[in-house]
Design a protein around this ligand. Structure first.
Ligand SMILES: C[S@@+](CC[C@H](N)C(=O)[O-])C[C@H]1O[C@@H](n2cnc3c(N)ncnc32)[C@H](O)[C@@H]1O
Length: 325
């Protein structure tokens, strides 16, 4: 963990150049911020959501802003210093939210704005994008076990095919995995990998504007950062940390993440999970959450036009019930 005073200093203060926030008003509105409450931004990034939460907090309120990426923590150092002690920055993985929040929970609202920041995507040396020729890194933070290059060099063809299929929904997962295993000692950069994937993939249809390497890059990123398991752990921990009436607000950017959030909210708001033909309840479960958004909230056309990266966003909200596990 890193307190705001320990974090390094950003080069510039223009937080929008780090990341343009998505569904900013909607997300902070759903958090129902009241002046004396305690709120958690589990994915600080460039700090825009945190700033908006701080604007609604009074002198007694508190904000805990978390990111696994030390560059995000460093970027928001001044925001925390100017907050009059209301904001604490913590470098951690949100999958350990219970431990991170052990001294402040229960809290009144938690925001997850999932995925990568524009800063991570657009920084060549981080290796997230095939728009640049960078090292095969893709780690969001130093807590990730291995980088993408190590994964590609050491995982078996079966394991690679599995992640391309399960995390990338890639139809040619086996063919790509096999080509990678044959060539793996020559794949040193993002461009080497993207070129190989394009070479072994069937030619995309003329109408397709999606690069053949997109799904493989998504799969690798999810695997390197254990994103889907981390999300499940983070959501479960969040429920434990929320006070009754506290809101859980989640913005997802692809169907795999959104499915996890949707299923999670459905399960937490179901009072009993026994099969319908059981004569009486055997699970003894009590609902812990109420779903606030039936359908996910999506960005407006104006927001998508201004920030095309927002186009896939889906926001879902749950509210902690007073009775529960
Ligand atoms: C989409 S950005 C957040 C942008 C932010 N809301 C803003 O407005 O600038 C997602 C951030 O979450 C962080 N992140 C992703 N997974 C994480 C995890 N498991 N634990 C902590 N931080 C995580 C990433 O490092 C990234 O900085």
């Amino acid at each position: 963990m890193l307190s705001c005073k320990q974090a390094g200093s950003p080069e510039a203060l223009d937080h929008l150049s780090y990341h343009v926030p998505v569904l900013l008003k909607e997300a902070v509105g759903f958090l129902n911020v009241y002046p004396g409450g305690i709120y958690v931004d589990a994915t600080l990034g460039g700090g825009s959501h945190s700033r908006a939460i701080l604007e609604n907090l009074g002198p007694e309120g508190r904000l805990i802003s978390i990111d696994r990426d030390p560059e995000a923590i460093a970027w928001s150092r001044q925001m925390a210093e100017k907050s009059g002690g209301r904001c604490t920055l913590i470098q951690a993985n949100y999958s350990h939210l219970n431990e991170v929040l052990s001294e402040v929970s229960p809290v009144n609202g938690i925001l997850f704005d999932l995925g990568v920041s524009s800063h991570q995507l657009d920084t060549e040396r981080r290796g997230f994008s095939f728009r640049f020729s960078g090292p095969l890194d893709m780690r969001m933070g130093p807590d990730a076990d291995l980088d993408a290059g190590t994964l590609l060099r050491t995982w078996s063809e079966d394991e690679l095919a599995r992640i391309f299929r399960d995390y990338g929904e890639e139809r040619h997962a086996r063919r790509i995995a096999s080509a990678i295993v044959k060539e793996r000692h020559n794949i040193l950069t993002t461009w080497d990998l993207a070129e190989l994937v394009r070479k072994v993939s069937p030619a995309p249809s003329q109408s397709s504007r999606i690069d053949a390497a997109t799904k493989v890059f998504q799969a690798l990123r999810l695997a390197v950062n254990a994103e889907l398991d981390g999300l499940k752990a983070g959501l479960n921990a969040a429920v434990e940390c929320l006070a009754p009436g506290g809101r859980l607000v989640v913005i997802a950017y692809h169907s795999l993440e959104d499915r996890i959030v949707k299923t999670f909210l459905k399960e937490q708001s179901a009072p009993c999970i026994c099969l319908p033909d059981l004569p009486r309840c055997a699970c003894g479960r009590i609902a812990t959450m109420k779903t606030v958004t039936g359908k996910p909230v999506r960005p407006s056309e104006a927001e998508i036009a201004a920030n095309p990266r927002s186009r896939s966003a889906r926001l879902r909200v749950g509210e902690r019930l007073s009775r529960g596990r």
